[in-house]
Design a binder for this molecule. Structure first.
Ligand SMILES: [Zn+2]
Ligand SMILES: [Zn+2]
Ligand SMILES: [Zn+2]
Ligand SMILES: [Zn+2]
Ligand SMILES: [Zn+2]
Ligand SMILES: [Zn+2]
Ligand SMILES: [Zn+2]
Length: 1699
């Protein structure tokens, strides 16, 4: 046994080393033994790892770990997420949005009852459970809180000293070994470290191909295929492994062989084009010595093993963490963790993730080691980032993705800022990556921004910006001197950085001709978006205290002054209204201007922050002249105003786009809004007339020669700007308001243009507002929730009526004039509905803060008043056309002033703001009174009246003649201000417009009448003429009733030629035929059974649907021909018009309603139907069932006799059986040849079709059916639709379509015979009649097989009736009924009656034999047995099924009738469409079983089928049926299940469960450690697949199919419904086409979340599930896709076969 001796470190290591050195090379399989993905010898690797574990524990690893578990007490979870795993964050408690729980923790935490979000992880992050800094409340889940307590109570159990010692030595050795093996890759040598070099060198090498994100799969497959001459399949598997693991060897052998492969790969350019915008560089390939490869592979496995060890035991975790970070090493680059991080860029995916995972599960698990690691990380940050910028892997693969683990922890961040200068490090990294130093000296900026020439870098640099955002988002625990020092030096750097972009992308107005090329503009806009959150955070830090704020302001202003002072020095003197004003001499129409002035705007933001604390902004004046400071804001506002006035059209789309983003909700808060704020600062500080004139001047309105044609729109822009400056006070620092007021106003204005779903509101609400958890409360305060009324739309929020008056159409977040107009219309409509005043009048505004209070005097400035006057006076002159919108704005602005003054008088009745007096003295009051009478501005009458009355109120108050309290402020009451006559004018104008609209609408409806109405409306034809004899119930099997309904049917009109004649031509309806597995029950393993029937499982089926629009057969033919011709003549790019259907597949869209179709079914009259069925009024006979059976038996016996005599051999031997078959081999043998034979034959036999088009129409229909069913069966020999016999094909189609209809009605729970939609009605009717017509056409064929039919029915055939789907058999017998007529000389009606009876009996017997006995027995029921039970036992004994006891009579009876129901219902439906005998009115309202029996003329008592008047005939037949029945089949067929509607898979109630299931799913081909990229579920059968991924592709007929497309053929003939779990999306698939829709899950706001972007918890919505099920059950997938593609052509750009 083991002898204990003192532990000798050197000796121990020598043993380990020798073992590794000798054994590791064995990991790689020898040259000839490996295949794709299998080059490692797993057994050898496991043996090595086991040995190492043994050295550590000196006992079995599992046993040892179990003991150690009590030493494991992580207070934190640290679970590392797999890609696709669900992550949860609590919206109420999370410190920031990066804090997440894993599902296990979340479900055990208090947050499950809070508002939370659910996302699907990109992989890599870890669970923050237990991190007290991540959560404001409840940082622990129940699982980890317990662990934490244990730690406190019991303390650490000491680790065995020997084990500790061994562990330390071993770990240190292993980590050193790993670092040597993995980082030696650095030098690209094939030399192992000396201590690992083996005694006997081998000369085997491997060529290894590495992954990158630049090359496409197709490229890699193509290159590999040629490089190693392998099949596409193998190359594709190699490519998959390269993508998943990051590298794979492709060749093994002598060095030369490998070098050759490498050479080939690196020099070949693929025939396929590389992704656009990617440089055409080769795949990275290395030739590596097998021994090196072996050690590298072992190193990766060791990393994973160590990671496992870390998770099991805390002491080991600490030990490994200490070794990794090695605090005694001064140079972090020399620590193991430093080496691993620096080597990251050279490693492949699996190696990267293994080393990152080990770092996370060791160093990050405790705050102290986390800090040490973080410091190392920051020291290496610049290097790592530089590597990452050049790297060709995704960010999630890179070591730099660790930032989020470190930079979001406040204590770590404050440590890093203070010790490592984190803020500066990140910003310096950014600057060094995207700026060029030294080239911009003239403006005193040390470097120049240059993101453009390095587009790729700039994209990757975004992650650096996010790091900065994370750091700044931390709420630091305390603000001390060190922190302040570091922040201020960071700030200085930031202002320099911003100054390098100040004025970028400047433009000069094009006067002569358009711009020749569009300058690139995206980079700067992207930078603005990127900087937006960062600037916001920096501002928050700046305003931490007043000293910092002032310092920052001074810093910013001084940088700006340096930058702009030269430009602003030159002044110009402007004369306005006789006064001289000194403005900066800068004409934006001739000099370069820009929309990017981030530093100026930053100064504005600081000034606004100052407004919160100071009473005056005067201090800024001491730094620089405020007009100079604001100059750039003036310029960009003026520029954008001129752009929207249309004055810069020649500068092209580049400028238009920039100006769009300037005001767009994504950017505006740091662009447009800041400029407005800067002007507000300026306005508050300088003399209002000067401000006004400057603005005027900047807009180029003072020079009457310049831009004359734009003056009117520019005046509009000017007034709008003034409204913004004056009225936009809802900013903290500018107005005296609360956060709540801001949010409220924002929401009101978002909802002003109409009700919106929650997500839209959140989208438009700026980020910092929607971060406020109260915003939803405020939303409910101002809006009502309106649930959605259908499955197409989302639920919405509608603004409450009382908030309408708060809406201003000039709200500064409305981006365009059209948006303003939308708001106007919507609000006016709602106001009108409530019958109140329509005008927009200003509401009292909150007051400015003291610092900004100067702004109000802008309105009383003389320059402004004189402008108002001159504008208003223009409206009095009839010759000049002035804009309505300008007047509206001017009146609004005047209103603002009046309301303001009135408001101020409330508190101070001698206030110095004298706007109203100014208006009166300048004569504006008089002008307004004149306008009141002016016809041309009658539309504004109401507003003018309101303005005058308010103005007079204030004047009167000032004059002392009125009290303030008397002034009515409410706007909503319709006061007498508006004169009736004016109202009527407005009314009339509106009514006229409405009338016009109505007429247009009507025209449209008339044009499209049929398509609009008929599609969905239920059929309400003229009441069928019923021989209403004392309310007798109709019986469809009676001749009397059938004859009574003979005359019906109105004439039809062809939708193409509008003609109604059918003399020469027959009518057809467009239809869509498809194979179907809707009725297919996946039960038992019956597929191997070869039967010649449509077997009891209804497998397989063919379904037909139609849109019911009628056209001539010839017209249809011409239409099809023109489609084919057109397509050929169309240029390639126009073929998109054919995107929704494939002409090759015979597909077309209905010319009227665009419904997808692929065949046409003939329309056959009632009269002809009677002929085909052989019904005539002359033969009227009555015959009992027994007589009928005798007659039939006589016939078959005679036939058999003759056959024995050899008289009829020819007939019965001539080929395929008439009975429905599903046999594979037959299909192959029958091809078009056999059809041609049929054609000849029919020519001889039938004459009555000559002369019209019905016959070709029938043949065309059959051809289309065959083509569609054959197309698919060709590809899949194992799932087959019977296409060998045309008659049989038709009958299968009819029986499937009827049964599907029955299923749908059962699913919808509506009466089966309730008036059906025109579409259904049409399909069932014409399909039935076509069956009979075709049977008539092929009469001779039926005659030849007549005997087989009768034998089957009587039980005398070899095949057993009971194995068939009885309804299908019934349909087929009915259709061939006419040939029965000939032998028996009995009427068709009697034949039909008896066939129905016998089939019903057969159905009952089938149920009895196949019923699930569990459902009908009951413990306490024994004798006496009822007749039914006796009968049941009797029947089963015929089939030799053992007798059973304890049968419950009631249960049996219920079960029988329940299982019989579907058959009964199908028969009723079929008989109705066959005979057209009207249904009893009771059945239109409910499914009454008795009434159905009556309608069919059948007894409703099951027993009466067995012994009608005691004759033994029936029981003999039943005996014969049963004697062919083998119980082993019966065992598998369990009846109540068989009749269940085959709905889609039942989905999980909560969406989070869907994600959880999907994240556990592994790629079925690449197995256990390979997570599926896009797990997708087939909703038809529930199987999970790897969608859109190369790993699971399959080839079919030379084409590569993705897993789902391939599966859809196996599952349902090429049609499928799939759920992509990770992005909450459903997609429909029909062969090569498809479309998307949202998964049927709704969040609490009644919205779906396609793509899982919002992540609100969602629940299954029954309505939407039902809609999906109906698409499936009614075979509407192809039609839905065609409609979706018609509506959205871009869907045809997807390669659906790859899904
Ligand atoms: Zn967790
Ligand atoms: Zn937990
Ligand atoms: Zn919470
Ligand atoms: Zn026609
Ligand atoms: Zn149609
Ligand atoms: Zn796969
Ligand atoms: Zn499936």
């Amino acid at each position: 046994m083991f002898v204990s001796k003192p532990f000798d470190e050197d000796e121990f290591l020598a043993v380990v080393l020798d073992f590794i050195k000798d054994n590791v090379p064995g990991i790689i399989k020898s040259e000839n033994l490996w295949s794709v993905g299998l080059f490692k010898d797993v057994a050898v690797k496991t043996r090595i790892l086991d040995k190492i574990a043994w050295w550590l524990f000196e006992e079995d690893q599992q046993v040892a770990l179990k003991k150690l578990q009590k030493n494991n007490r992580p207070g934190i979870c640290g679970h590392i997420f797999k890609p696709g795993e669900a992550t949860y964050t609590c919206r109420e408690c999370a410190a920031d949005s990066t804090c997440v729980f894993c599902q296990k923790c979340f479900r055990q935490s208090a947050h499950i009852n809070h508002k939370h979000k659910l996302h699907s992880s990109a992989g890599g992050g870890c669970c923050d459970c237990g991190d007290v800094e991540a959560w404001k409340k409840h940082p622990f889940c129940n699982l980890h809180e317990v662990a934490g307590e244990l730690q406190a109570v019991s303390g650490a159990v000491e680790l065995d000293e020997a084990l500790r010692k061994r562990a330390h030595v071993l770990f240190k050795f292993l980590l050193q070994y790993i670092s040597d093996c993995l980082t030696s890759d650095h030098k690209e040598t094939n030399q192992l470290p000396i201590y690992l070099q083996p005694q006997q060198p081998s000369d085997t090498y491997m060529a290894v191909v590495y992954n990158d994100e630049s090359h496409t799969f197709d490229y890699v497959i193509d290159v590999l295929k040629h490089a190693i001459s392998c099949s596409v399949k193998i190359a594709s598997d190699f490519a998959t492994i390269i993508d998943r693991e990051g590298r794979t060897p492709i060749v093994a052998g002598r060095e030369a062989v490998c070098l050759e492969a490498k050479q080939f790969i690196e020099t070949t350019r693929s025939s396929r084009t590389v992704r656009i915008n990617q440089e055409n560089f080769p795949l990275k390939t290395k030739v590596i010595h097998v021994n090196v490869l072996a050690h590298q592979e072992l190193s990766v496995s060791l990393l994973q093993w160590l990671n496992m060890i870390c998770q099991e035991c805390e002491d080991f975790r600490v030990m490994i963490s200490d070794i990794l970070t090695d605090k005694y090493e001064e140079d972090v680059r020399k620590t193991i963790v430093g080496k691993l991080m620096l080597a990251d860029i050279l490693l492949w995916k699996v190696a990267r993730s293994s080393s990152q995972t080990l770092i996370m599960s060791s160093t990050l698990m405790q705050l102290s080691s986390k800090k040490v690691f973080a410091a190392t990380y920051v020291k290496l940050y610049k290097q790592l980032m530089d590597d990452f910028l050049m790297d060709d892997h995704n960010h999630s693969d890179s070591i730099t993705s660790m930032s989020v683990q470190l930079f979001t922890v406040p204590t770590v961040v404050s440590y890093l800022i203070a010790e490592e200068g984190l803020l500066q490090v990140i910003l310096e990294t950014i600057i060094s990556a995207c700026c060029i130093s030294g080239s911009n000296q003239e403006n005193n900026v040390p470097f120049k921004f240059d993101g453009r020439n390095r587009a790729k870098i700039f994209r990757r640099l975004q992650f650096c910006f996010s790091d900065l955002k994370y750091v700044l988002s931390c709420l630091l625990p305390e603000w001390n001197e060190t922190l302040e020092y570091h922040f201020l030096s960071f700030f200085k750097l930031l202002t320099t950085f911003l100054s390098s972009v100040e004025g970028m992308d400047s433009v000069t107005r094009q006067v002569n001709g358009h711009l020749e090329y569009e300058p690139e503009w995206q980079t700067m806009v992207t930078l603005s978006m990127t900087m937006k959150p960062i600037i916001k955070k920096v501002l928050k830090w700046c305003s931490h205290n007043e000293r910092v704020l002032n310092h920052c302001l001074a810093e910013t202003v001084s940088v700006l002054k340096n930058l702009h002072c030269k430009e602003t020095e030159k002044k110009i003197t402007i004369k306005y209204n006789g006064t001289d004003f000194h403005c900066i001499d800068f004409d934006i129409t001739s000099k370069p201007v820009s929309v990017h002035y981030p530093l100026t705007r930053f100064a504005a933001a600081l000034l606004v922050s100052l407004g919160k604390t100071t009473d005056s902004l005067e201090s800024v004046k001491t730094m620089w002249n405020i007009m100079d400071l604001a100059e750039c804001s003036f310029r960009s506002l003026a520029l954008c105003a001129q752009v929207s006035a249309g004055a810069w059209r020649r500068n092209g789309m580049s400028l238009a786009n920039q100006s769009f983003y300037y005001r767009n909700y994504l950017c505006r808060s740091e662009l447009f809004v800041r400029d407005i704020q800067m002007l507000q600062c300026c306005c508050a500080l300088i003399e209002p007339n000067l401000f006004f004139v400057t603005l005027h001047h900047k807009l180029t309105l003072l020079d009457s020669n310049k831009m004359q044609e734009f003056h009117m729109p520019l005046y509009e822009e000017l007034v709008l700007l003034l409204i913004h400056i004056y009225a936009e006070r809802f900013t903290d620092g500018i107005g005296q308001i609360s956060q709540k007021d801001i949010i409220k106003r924002e929401i009101i204005h978002i909802l002003a243009s109409g009700p919106k779903p929650h997500s839209k509101i959140q989208k438009y609400l700026s980020h910092e507002l929607s971060e406020n958890p109260d915003w939803e409360k405020i939303l409910h305060e101002v809006a009502d929730f309106r649930p959605s009324s259908n499955t197409k739309s989302a639920a919405r929020y509608e603004l409450k009526y009382e908030y309408l008056q708060n809406i201003s159409p000039y709200f500064y977040h409305y981006e365009t004039a059209s948006q303003q107009a939308d708001v106007r219309n919507e609000v006016s409509q709602r106001k009108k509905a409530m019958n109140c005043s329509l005008g927009f009048t200003p509401q009292p505004l909150p007051s400015f803060t003291k610092a900004f209070s100067g702004i109000v005097y802008l309105l009383s400035a003389t320059a402004f008043i004189s402008l108002l006057k001159s504008i208003l006076q223009n409206y009095l002159v009839p010759q000049i056309t002035m804009s309505d919108r300008l007047l509206e704005k001017v009146l609004y602005l005047i209103g603002c002033g009046i309301v303001e003054e009135r408001q101020m008088l409330n508190t101070d009745d001698r206030c110095s703001f004298e706007f109203c007096n100014g208006l009166k003295q300048s004569g504006i009051l008089g002008t307004l009174k004149e306008l009141q009478e002016t016809q041309s501005v009658a539309f504004h009458q109401e507003t003018i009246l309101w303005t005058i009355s308010k103005l007079e109120d204030v004047l009167n108050f000032r004059a002392g003649t009125i009290n303030l309290g008397d002034i009515e402020t409410s706007q909503l009451k319709n006061t007498n201000v508006s004169k009736l006559s004016q109202k009527q004018m407005v009314q009339k104008k509106r009514e006229k417009l409405m009338l016009q609209m109505k007429q247009l609408q009507q025209k449209f409806v008339e044009k499209n009448a049929m398509s609009v109405q008929e599609n969905s409306a239920p059929l309400e034809k003229s009441p069928e003429s019923i021989p209403n004899e004392s309310g007798e119930t109709p019986v469809c099997t009676s001749l009397k009733w059938q004859l009574a309904t003979k005359n019906e049917e109105a004439s039809e009109i062809c939708i193409l030629c509008q003609d109604d004649s059918d003399l020469q031509d027959c009518f057809v309806v467009p239809a869509f035929v498809q194979s179907s597995s809707v009725l297919f029950k996946r039960q038992a393993n019956h597929i191997g059974r070869t039967s010649s029937f449509v077997d009891i499982f209804n497998y397989p089926g063919v379904h037909v649907s139609t849109c019911s629009h009628i056209l001539h057969y010839m017209c249809w033919q011409q239409y099809m021909d023109s489609l084919k011709d057109n397509r050929e003549s169309l240029a390639f790019h126009l073929r998109r018009h054919y995107a929704s259907f494939s002409v090759d597949q015979n597909e077309f869209l209905c010319p009227l309603c665009s419904c997808l179709s692929n065949c046409a079914i003939p329309v056959i009259s009632m009269e002809k139907m009677f002929e085909y069925r052989g019904v005539s009024s002359s033969i009227q006979d009555s015959m009992t069932i027994h007589q009928w059976i005798h007659l039939m038996e006589e016939y078959t016996d005679r036939f058999m006799q003759e056959k024995d005599d050899g008289l009829v051999t020819q007939q019965s031997n001539n080929g395929t059986s008439l009975l429905l078959k599903t046999n594979t081999s037959i299909i192959e043998s029958t091809s078009l040849e056999s059809h041609e034979v049929d054609l000849d034959e029919s020519d001889m036999v039938e004459q009555q079709f000559a002369g019209d088009q019905l016959e070709p129409a029938l043949y065309a229909m059959i051809e289309s059916f065959k083509k569609k069913c054959k197309n698919i069966t060709d590809n899949f020999k194992n799932s087959v639709t019977a296409v060998d016999n045309e008659n049989r094909l038709l009958w299968i189609t009819a029986s499937t379509t009827f049964q599907v209809q029955e299923n749908i009605s059962r699913y919808k729970n509506t009466p089966l015979l309730a008036p059906a939609s025109v579409r259904t009605d049409c399909a069932l009717l014409h399909l039935t009649r076509s069956c009979f017509a075709y049977a008539h056409l092929k009469k001779s064929e039926l005659q030849s097989r007549r005997n087989e039919c009768i034998q089957l029915l009587l039980g005398k055939h070899d095949e057993c009736l009971l194995f068939t789907n009885i309804f299908s058999t019934f349909v087929q017998l009915m259709c061939s009924c006419q040939v029965f007529l000939e032998i028996s000389s009995v009427s068709a009606v009697v034949n039909g009656c008896n066939i129905l009876f016998l089939c019903s009996l057969a159905q009952i017997v089938q149920i009895m034999l196949c019923v699930d006995v569990e459902t009908i027995i009951s413990e306490n029921s024994e004798d006496p047995q009822s007749d039914l039970v006796k009968c049941f036992v009797q029947v089963r004994s015929y089939a030799n099924i053992p007798t059973m006891h304890k049968i419950d009579h009631i249960k049996l009876e219920n079960c029988l009738s329940h299982c019989f129901d579907p058959f009964l219902r199908c028969c009723v439906l079929f008989m109705h469409y066959m005979t057209k005998v009207p249904v009893p009115s009771l059945l239109k309202e409910q499914n009454d079983r008795i009434c159905m029996f009556q309608y069919l003329g059948l007894p409703s008592n099951m027993l009466s089928y067995f012994d009608l008047d005691g004759n033994g005939d029936l029981s003999k037949i039943v005996q014969r049926w049963c004697s062919n029945f083998s119980p082993d089949v019966g065992d598998k067929v369990i009846y109540p299940d068989l009749i269940k509607v085959n709905t889609l898979v039942q989905l999980e109630e909560h969406y989070s469960d869907v994600i959880a299931v999907a994240s556990d799913f592994k790629c079925p081909r690449f197995g256990s450690n390979s997570d599926s990229v896009s797990p997708t579920m087939c909703l038809i059968c529930g199987v999970m697949l790897c969608s859109q991924s190369y790993c699971c592709q399959n080839t079919l007929g030379g084409i590569n199919y993705g897993a789902c497309a391939y599966h859809s053929y196996k599952c349902n003939y090429g049609c499928g419904i799939f759920l992509r779990s990770r992005d909450c999306t459903i997609f429909l698939l029909n062969e090569k086409k498809g479309s998307f829709r949202s998964a049927p899950y709704l969040d609490e706001h009644g919205e779906t979340d396609r793509g899982l972007r919002r992540g609100n918890p969602m629940k299954l919505n029954e309505e939407r599930v039902k809609e999906l099920n109906l698409i499936w059950l009614s075979h509407a997938i192809p039609e839905q896709i065609a409609r979706d593609v018609e509506a959205n052509r871009s869907l045809s750009n997807f390669n659906w076969t790859h899904f």
